[in-house]
Design a protein. Structure first.
Length: 350
């Protein structure tokens, strides 16, 4: 059986700028006693080797569900009802569990949400990373080779190599998250998915870790999918982004373009409700209401109960993704009504 790397040619990796992963119309429900939860609905995005993509949206919009499905680690009550996940042209959804294991960690790996708090307290950090290497590295490494590899990984993420002999409680939160990233990098994957990699950290450590991740990505030529509810984090580290609402991507495009001219009312409100340190002072627009219950998502456009631009059509018909040009896509009947620029209030009125 050949892995994605072997299929990709002599170098074993998809070349920068070539298509690495294509997610098309991915749809996934959770089956519960109360009914089906429509957690991922018709999600499409493409990522080239070396690029970074952000997925942003409020809690419960399906970000982690998408990520886990890419690794085929979705919960046991999940049912994928449609779509495909092409990695280097191979549909991961068609693979057996044994075949999938060849891609997990070596082609795609993940920094799991909350994983920095999941280290086993009774083993040294280095021993825990060695265990991952023993399981997933293509050949068996000697004790010395594992230590060399861990020292290399620690250097990449800004940790002193001697820290591998410490226990998790001897690490600060930032160090533990760096070690978690080192673990995800251990098998030199082509794609790393970082699910809320800095959420539990203070802003200074958050900034350091994001910079570190960007540097590592450039050095290794890796692709990254960053997942965050914090649109400012996505702005800092990604080239492209998808704004998710209630299981769907509602706006997709270049990060700079979406920040400059968000076209979906949800993206516009999300940005308008986010304070900016560098931009002009402005009154923050409130994002009122709660995301819907995905067991009974609203009819038509799932955002219509909270949308200030909603019309009768919005509750009746679901808007399709429309290409506004230059790869900027939006699913909204009334995107031309969304003001250009964020909700601004003159400085003297604040
Ligand atoms: N195993 C499960 N069974 C039933 N429902 C689930 C399960 N896992 C997640 N959900 C539901 O699926 C929806 C999407 O959850 P998911 O964790 O993907 O969201 P998220 O965007 O990652 O949220 P957060 O920002 O809080 O991490 C939510 O409504 C959640 O309650
Ligand atoms: S389709 Fe309608 S409800 Fe949905 S975001 Fe656009 S204007 Fe708002
Ligand atoms: Mg999540």
């Amino acid at each position: 059986m050949t892995t994605t790397r072997e299929k990709a040619g002599e170098t074993g990796r998809v070349k920068p700028g070539e298509s690495l992963i294509e997610v098309n119309h991915l749809t996934m429900d959770y089956k519960t006693k109360e009914g089906r939860v429509s957690a991922v609905s018709d999600v499409t995005f493409h990522l080239k080797a070396g690029d970074s993509l952000g997925l942003v949206g409020e809690s419960g919009c399906g970000k982690t569900s998408v990520a886990l499905t890419l690794l085929r680690l979705q919960a046991s009550n999940a049912e994928i009802t449609g779509g495909e996940i092409l990695l280097g042209g191979v549909n991961l959804l068609d693979l057996s569990e044994e075949e999938m294991r060849l891609h997990r960690w070596s082609d795609i790996s993940m920094v799991f949400q909350g994983a920095m708090n999941a280290w086993n307290p009774v083993y040294r950090i280095g021993e825990q990373i060695r265990e991952a290497l023993d399981l997933h590295w293509p050949v068996k490494l000697t004790h010395e080779q594992s230590r060399e590899r861990i020292a290399e990984l620690f250097e990449l993420v800004g940790l002193p190599p001697e820290a591998m002999d410490r226990y998790p409680h001897e690490f600060s939160g930032g160090m533990r998250q760096r070690a978690t990233i080192a673990m995800a990098l251990s098998c030199n994957p082509q794609l790393i998915i970082a699910d809320e990699p800095t959420t539990a950290l203070d802003v200074i450590v958050q900034d350091q870790i994001l910079k570190e991740l960007k540097k590592v990505q450039a050095e290794l030529g890796m692709s990254i999918i960053y997942i965050s509810h914090d649109i400012a984090v996505i702005a800092e580290v990604t080239d492209h982004m998808g704004v998710m609402y209630a299981g769907k991507i509602v706006e997709y495009g270049g990060t700079d373009e979406i920040f400059a001219t968000p076209r979906h009312p949800y993206a516009w409100l999300l940005l308008s409700s986010t304070p900016s340190i560098t931009g002009p002072r402005r009154k923050l627009a409130p994002l009122v209401g709660e995301p819907p219950n995905l067991m009974k998502p609203p009819s038509g456009c799932r955002f219509h109960p909270r949308c200030p631009f909603a019309t009768d059509q919005c509750a009746a018909e679901e808007p399709a993704m429309e290409d506004l040009g230059g790869g900027h896509l939006v699913a909204c009947w009334n995107h031309e009504k969304v003001p250009v620029g964020l909700s601004e209030t003159p400085k003297e009125d604040l």
